[in-house]
Ligand binder design. Structure first.
Ligand code: ZN
Length: 289
Protein backbone atom coordinates (compact mmCIF):
# COMPACT_ATOMS: atom_id res chain seq x y z
CA UNK A 1 0.00 0.00 0.00
CA UNK A 2 1.46 3.31 -1.02
CA UNK A 3 1.88 6.24 1.36
CA UNK A 4 0.10 9.44 0.49
CA UNK A 5 -1.72 12.38 1.92
CA UNK A 6 -4.89 14.12 0.90
CA UNK A 7 -5.49 17.80 1.48
CA UNK A 8 -8.85 19.47 1.29
CA UNK A 9 -11.10 22.25 2.42
CA UNK A 10 -14.67 22.79 3.62
CA UNK A 11 -17.21 24.16 1.18
CA UNK A 12 -17.16 27.63 2.76
CA UNK A 13 -13.35 27.68 2.67
CA UNK A 14 -12.85 28.25 6.40
CA UNK A 15 -11.67 24.81 7.50
CA UNK A 16 -8.87 22.93 5.87
CA UNK A 17 -7.06 19.76 6.65
CA UNK A 18 -4.85 16.92 5.55
CA UNK A 19 -4.75 13.22 6.33
CA UNK A 20 -1.67 11.10 5.71
CA UNK A 21 -0.80 7.45 5.64
CA UNK A 22 2.96 7.27 6.29
CA UNK A 23 3.56 3.63 7.21
CA UNK A 24 6.34 2.85 4.71
CA UNK A 25 7.91 6.30 5.11
CA UNK A 26 8.17 5.90 8.89
CA UNK A 27 9.32 2.28 8.60
CA UNK A 28 12.13 3.34 6.29
CA UNK A 29 13.23 6.22 8.54
CA UNK A 30 13.31 3.85 11.52
CA UNK A 31 15.18 1.17 9.60
CA UNK A 32 17.81 3.61 8.38
CA UNK A 33 18.39 5.01 11.87
CA UNK A 34 18.10 1.73 13.80
CA UNK A 35 15.63 3.14 16.31
CA UNK A 36 14.37 1.23 19.33
CA UNK A 37 10.56 1.08 19.75
CA UNK A 38 10.12 4.28 21.75
CA UNK A 39 12.47 6.18 19.45
CA UNK A 40 10.56 4.74 16.45
CA UNK A 41 7.34 6.27 17.72
CA UNK A 42 8.95 9.66 18.39
CA UNK A 43 10.73 9.74 15.01
CA UNK A 44 7.60 8.42 13.30
CA UNK A 45 5.46 11.16 14.79
CA UNK A 46 7.83 13.95 13.78
CA UNK A 47 8.31 12.48 10.29
CA UNK A 48 4.55 12.19 9.77
CA UNK A 49 3.89 15.71 11.10
CA UNK A 50 6.48 17.10 8.71
CA UNK A 51 4.83 15.31 5.78
CA UNK A 52 1.47 16.79 6.83
CA UNK A 53 2.82 20.36 7.07
CA UNK A 54 4.51 19.87 3.70
CA UNK A 55 1.06 19.89 2.11
CA UNK A 56 0.97 23.65 2.70
CA UNK A 57 4.15 24.25 0.65
CA UNK A 58 4.39 25.18 -3.02
CA UNK A 59 7.02 24.91 -5.75
CA UNK A 60 10.57 24.73 -4.37
CA UNK A 61 9.61 25.58 -0.79
CA UNK A 62 10.99 23.43 2.03
CA UNK A 63 10.08 22.97 5.66
CA UNK A 64 12.03 21.51 8.57
CA UNK A 65 10.95 20.61 12.09
CA UNK A 66 13.55 20.07 14.80
CA UNK A 67 13.04 19.06 18.40
CA UNK A 68 15.86 19.63 20.88
CA UNK A 69 15.12 18.53 24.40
CA UNK A 70 16.58 16.99 27.54
CA UNK A 71 15.51 13.38 26.95
CA UNK A 72 17.77 10.53 25.74
CA UNK A 73 16.86 11.06 22.06
CA UNK A 74 18.45 14.55 22.34
CA UNK A 75 17.55 15.84 18.90
CA UNK A 76 15.09 14.86 16.18
CA UNK A 77 14.83 16.47 12.79
CA UNK A 78 12.59 16.03 9.76
CA UNK A 79 12.42 17.94 6.53
CA UNK A 80 10.16 17.94 3.50
CA UNK A 81 9.51 19.63 0.20
CA UNK A 82 6.18 20.41 -1.46
CA UNK A 83 6.18 17.10 -3.34
CA UNK A 84 6.06 14.53 -0.55
CA UNK A 85 9.79 13.77 -0.25
CA UNK A 86 10.61 13.55 3.43
CA UNK A 87 13.83 12.78 5.30
CA UNK A 88 14.41 12.61 9.02
CA UNK A 89 17.13 11.99 11.57
CA UNK A 90 17.61 11.35 15.25
CA UNK A 91 20.68 12.09 17.37
CA UNK A 92 20.37 9.04 19.61
CA UNK A 93 18.17 6.28 18.14
CA UNK A 94 18.01 4.27 21.37
CA UNK A 95 15.72 5.66 24.06
CA UNK A 96 16.30 2.64 26.30
CA UNK A 97 13.23 3.39 28.40
CA UNK A 98 10.71 0.88 29.77
CA UNK A 99 7.03 1.40 28.96
CA UNK A 100 5.14 3.72 31.29
CA UNK A 101 1.52 2.96 32.24
CA UNK A 102 1.50 0.30 29.52
CA UNK A 103 2.53 2.75 26.78
CA UNK A 104 5.79 3.65 25.10
CA UNK A 105 7.27 6.54 27.06
CA UNK A 106 7.62 9.05 24.22
CA UNK A 107 7.55 12.02 26.59
CA UNK A 108 10.38 10.51 28.63
CA UNK A 109 12.36 9.75 25.47
CA UNK A 110 11.95 13.24 24.01
CA UNK A 111 12.35 14.97 27.38
CA UNK A 112 10.05 17.29 29.30
CA UNK A 113 12.00 20.47 28.60
CA UNK A 114 13.03 21.62 25.17
CA UNK A 115 12.19 23.48 22.01
CA UNK A 116 10.48 22.88 18.72
CA UNK A 117 12.20 24.78 15.91
CA UNK A 118 10.48 25.36 12.58
CA UNK A 119 12.39 26.45 9.48
CA UNK A 120 10.62 27.36 6.26
CA UNK A 121 12.48 28.14 3.09
CA UNK A 122 9.81 29.91 1.08
CA UNK A 123 12.20 31.07 -1.61
CA UNK A 124 12.63 34.49 -0.02
CA UNK A 125 16.00 36.00 0.87
CA UNK A 126 16.12 34.51 4.35
CA UNK A 127 14.34 31.40 5.55
CA UNK A 128 11.65 31.86 8.17
CA UNK A 129 12.60 30.52 11.62
CA UNK A 130 10.28 30.08 14.57
CA UNK A 131 10.66 28.33 17.92
CA UNK A 132 8.30 27.41 20.72
CA UNK A 133 8.83 25.57 23.97
CA UNK A 134 7.59 22.00 24.11
CA UNK A 135 4.20 22.04 25.84
CA UNK A 136 3.73 18.27 26.20
CA UNK A 137 6.61 16.55 24.32
CA UNK A 138 3.99 14.31 22.66
CA UNK A 139 5.01 16.05 19.39
CA UNK A 140 1.52 16.41 17.86
CA UNK A 141 0.38 18.79 20.59
CA UNK A 142 3.64 20.71 20.38
CA UNK A 143 3.22 21.26 16.65
CA UNK A 144 -0.42 22.28 17.10
CA UNK A 145 0.73 24.75 19.77
CA UNK A 146 3.31 26.20 17.38
CA UNK A 147 0.76 26.58 14.55
CA UNK A 148 -1.84 28.12 16.84
CA UNK A 149 0.44 30.56 18.67
CA UNK A 150 3.28 31.41 16.26
CA UNK A 151 1.41 31.16 12.95
CA UNK A 152 -1.90 32.14 14.58
CA UNK A 153 -3.87 29.48 12.75
CA UNK A 154 -5.87 27.45 15.29
CA UNK A 155 -4.80 23.89 14.56
CA UNK A 156 -5.25 20.34 15.70
CA UNK A 157 -2.63 17.69 14.94
CA UNK A 158 -3.02 13.95 15.58
CA UNK A 159 -0.19 11.50 14.94
CA UNK A 160 -0.19 7.76 15.41
CA UNK A 161 2.31 4.95 15.04
CA UNK A 162 1.54 1.29 15.73
CA UNK A 163 4.38 -1.18 16.18
CA UNK A 164 4.27 -4.95 15.83
CA UNK A 165 5.74 -7.50 18.23
CA UNK A 166 9.24 -7.10 16.79
CA UNK A 167 9.09 -3.32 17.02
CA UNK A 168 8.33 -3.03 13.30
CA UNK A 169 6.06 -0.23 12.08
CA UNK A 170 2.70 -1.72 11.11
CA UNK A 171 0.70 1.50 10.72
CA UNK A 172 1.54 5.18 10.76
CA UNK A 173 -0.32 8.32 9.88
CA UNK A 174 -1.89 11.47 11.10
CA UNK A 175 -4.05 14.45 10.37
CA UNK A 176 -3.91 18.20 10.52
CA UNK A 177 -6.98 20.41 10.88
CA UNK A 178 -6.85 24.19 10.65
CA UNK A 179 -9.49 26.87 11.22
CA UNK A 180 -9.05 29.81 8.88
CA UNK A 181 -10.43 33.32 9.43
CA UNK A 182 -14.22 33.29 9.38
CA UNK A 183 -14.60 29.71 10.60
CA UNK A 184 -17.86 29.52 12.53
CA UNK A 185 -18.03 28.25 16.09
CA UNK A 186 -20.68 25.79 14.93
CA UNK A 187 -18.42 24.23 12.31
CA UNK A 188 -15.48 24.04 14.72
CA UNK A 189 -17.75 22.56 17.38
CA UNK A 190 -18.97 19.92 14.93
CA UNK A 191 -15.40 18.83 14.15
CA UNK A 192 -14.46 18.81 17.83
CA UNK A 193 -17.44 16.55 18.48
CA UNK A 194 -16.33 14.21 15.67
CA UNK A 195 -12.78 14.07 17.05
CA UNK A 196 -14.06 13.09 20.50
CA UNK A 197 -15.52 9.87 19.11
CA UNK A 198 -13.02 9.18 16.31
CA UNK A 199 -10.78 6.16 16.96
CA UNK A 200 -7.02 6.90 16.93
CA UNK A 201 -5.86 7.66 13.39
CA UNK A 202 -3.30 4.82 13.29
CA UNK A 203 -6.00 2.36 14.38
CA UNK A 204 -8.23 3.53 11.53
CA UNK A 205 -5.37 3.12 9.05
CA UNK A 206 -4.39 -0.28 10.42
CA UNK A 207 -7.98 -1.42 10.05
CA UNK A 208 -7.95 -0.45 6.39
CA UNK A 209 -9.43 3.05 6.27
CA UNK A 210 -7.96 5.22 3.50
CA UNK A 211 -6.82 8.82 4.05
CA UNK A 212 -9.81 9.89 1.92
CA UNK A 213 -12.24 8.04 4.18
CA UNK A 214 -10.71 9.53 7.33
CA UNK A 215 -10.81 12.99 5.77
CA UNK A 216 -14.48 12.60 4.86
CA UNK A 217 -15.23 11.39 8.37
CA UNK A 218 -13.50 14.31 10.09
CA UNK A 219 -15.10 16.93 7.86
CA UNK A 220 -18.52 15.30 7.57
CA UNK A 221 -21.10 18.07 7.71
CA UNK A 222 -18.77 20.71 6.21
CA UNK A 223 -19.28 19.54 2.64
CA UNK A 224 -15.53 19.12 2.09
CA UNK A 225 -13.60 18.72 -1.14
CA UNK A 226 -10.29 16.92 -1.50
CA UNK A 227 -8.10 19.20 -3.60
CA UNK A 228 -4.72 17.49 -3.70
CA UNK A 229 -3.30 14.00 -3.30
CA UNK A 230 0.47 13.74 -2.77
CA UNK A 231 2.52 10.54 -2.64
CA UNK A 232 4.89 10.39 0.33
CA UNK A 233 8.33 8.80 0.33
CA UNK A 234 11.59 8.86 2.25
CA UNK A 235 14.04 10.65 0.03
CA UNK A 236 17.26 12.39 0.98
CA UNK A 237 18.75 15.33 -0.89
CA UNK A 238 22.34 14.17 -0.32
CA UNK A 239 24.53 13.14 -3.24
CA UNK A 240 28.03 11.85 -3.75
CA UNK A 241 28.98 14.96 -5.68
CA UNK A 242 27.68 17.29 -2.97
CA UNK A 243 29.70 15.52 -0.27
CA UNK A 244 32.79 15.40 -2.48
CA UNK A 245 32.56 19.17 -2.95
CA UNK A 246 32.31 19.55 0.82
CA UNK A 247 35.43 17.42 1.34
CA UNK A 248 37.34 19.27 -1.36
CA UNK A 249 36.70 22.45 0.63
CA UNK A 250 38.82 21.09 3.48
CA UNK A 251 42.57 21.64 3.76
CA UNK A 252 44.86 19.02 2.24
CA UNK A 253 45.96 17.99 5.73
CA UNK A 254 42.35 17.45 6.86
CA UNK A 255 41.56 15.51 3.70
CA UNK A 256 44.62 13.35 4.27
CA UNK A 257 43.51 12.82 7.86
CA UNK A 258 39.95 11.92 6.75
CA UNK A 259 41.38 9.26 4.43
CA UNK A 260 43.53 7.70 7.15
CA UNK A 261 45.95 4.83 6.57
CA UNK A 262 43.33 2.99 4.49
CA UNK A 263 43.41 5.92 2.07
CA UNK A 264 39.63 5.86 1.90
CA UNK A 265 37.34 8.41 3.48
CA UNK A 266 33.85 7.24 4.37
CA UNK A 267 31.20 9.87 4.91
CA UNK A 268 27.82 8.87 6.28
CA UNK A 269 24.85 11.16 5.61
CA UNK A 270 23.23 12.06 8.93
CA UNK A 271 19.74 11.98 7.42
CA UNK A 272 19.63 8.79 5.39
CA UNK A 273 22.70 6.98 6.79
CA UNK A 274 23.90 6.31 3.24
CA UNK A 275 27.69 5.75 3.32
CA UNK A 276 29.80 7.34 0.57
CA UNK A 277 33.40 6.23 0.04
CA UNK A 278 36.06 8.46 -1.48
CA UNK A 279 39.61 7.45 -2.32
CA UNK A 280 42.63 9.77 -2.49
CA UNK A 281 42.11 10.43 -6.16
CA UNK A 282 38.50 11.50 -5.55
CA UNK A 283 39.76 14.00 -2.99
CA UNK A 284 42.52 15.43 -5.13
CA UNK A 285 45.28 13.85 -3.04
CA UNK A 286 48.35 12.13 -4.44
CA UNK A 287 48.37 8.47 -3.38
CA UNK A 288 50.97 7.68 -0.74
CA UNK A 289 54.19 6.31 -2.25
ZN1 ZN B 1 21.34 11.50 2.79
Amino acid sequence: MRDYLVRGISKDGTLRGAVARSTALVAEACRRHGTDPTASIALGRLTTATALLGCLLKGDQRLGLKIEANGPLEKLFAETDAHGSVRSSIKNPVAGLPPKDGRFDVVGAVGNAGLLHVTKDLGLKDPYRGSVILVSSEIGEDIAYYLTTSEQVPSSVALGIILGGEGEVTAAGGFLIQALPGASDDAIGMIEETLRTLPPVATLLRDGATPEEIFERIFAGCDPTIQVTTDLRFRCTCSREQLRTLLLGMSEEDRRHACGPEEVATVVCEFCKEAYRFDCLDLGLPANP
